[in-house]
Ligand binder design. Structure first.
Ligand code: 1GP
Length: 238
């Protein structure tokens, strides 16, 4: 498959990118068609595919997406079962806010040879979970403790450590459907202290939220649940 140099495009982008997160378990052939055609008519720059659980084959869902769009598709894996060579690449997540070795290196070892065989773009990403008012699926499933909502210094130090370790992006995650989004001070403090792209997601459900995250310094904003619940929200991003 032709490599798209997605990371280079992220680095070169002068605007904040918008990524639509597609959880394979929340879509079927009919609504996947609808969201992809809405994405094609809006400012979606990237499609992330992944979720906490798995019922539907990720290969099949990515095949359907790729048939309908040229927007790059990156796996955002909730587990090793969600890696598919049909994607354009993947975020190789290291859950650096947590202290669970399985999500820091264990799963990476399990999947390493398969990932190499996929021959797609791999973007090592430091994944930082921030407390968001209730227990989220990612927190429960990963069995890790999020960084407290206002502990900016811990989040900043974690992000810097990620960059020093050679990770290529930092993802500040409040968790899917989060009650509290990542606050703008957290975004701007982390952004000020790293020179790699910053992704922000979790609980973002309007264009106004997108603009707040953008103004605080996010390079990529991720929206999943809000698009699932209301495809017409994509209209706001034209
Ligand atoms: C979750 O950051 C993503 O991993 C997106 O969250 O589903 O709340 O948009 P939402």
């Amino acid at each position: 498959m032709e490599k798209l140099n997605i990371y280079k495009k992220i680095l070169a982008s002068k605007k904040t990118m918008l990524a639509a997160l597609i959880d394979p378990d929340k879509y079927n052939p009919e609504n996947i068609c609808k969201i992809i055609s809405a994405a094609n008519n809006s400012l979606i720059d990237l499609i992330f595919v992944g979720g906490s659980l798995i019922q539907t084959g990720v290969d099949e869902i990515i095949k359907q997406i790729k048939e309908k769009t040229k927007i790059p598709v990156l796996i955002f894996p909730g587990s090793v079962l969600q890696i598919s060579k049909k994607a354009d690449g993947m975020l190789l997540l290291s859950l650096i806010s947590g202290r669970n070795p399985e999500f820091l290196i264990g799963n990476h070892v399990i999947a390493a040879r398969f990932i190499k065989k996929c021959n797609f773009e791999v973007i090592p990403t430091g994944y930082i979970i921030i407390e968001s008012g209730k227990t989220t699926s990612v927190e429960y499933i990963s069995n890790t403790k999020p960084i407290p909502y206002n502990k900016y210094d811990i989040a900043v130090s974690t992000a810097i450590a990620g960059e020093l370790l050679g990770l290529k992006m930092i993802y500040l995650e409040a968790g899917s459907g989060a009650k509290l989004k990542i606050n703008t001070k957290m975004i701007s403090e982390v952004k000020k202290n790293i020179s790699i792209p910053l992704i922000v997601g979790g609980g973002i459900n309007s264009k106004a939220d997108f603009i707040k995250a953008k103004n605080a310094g996010a390079n990529i904003v991720v929206i999943g649940t809000a698009f699932e619940k209301n495809i017409s929200l994509l209209e706001q991003f034209k």
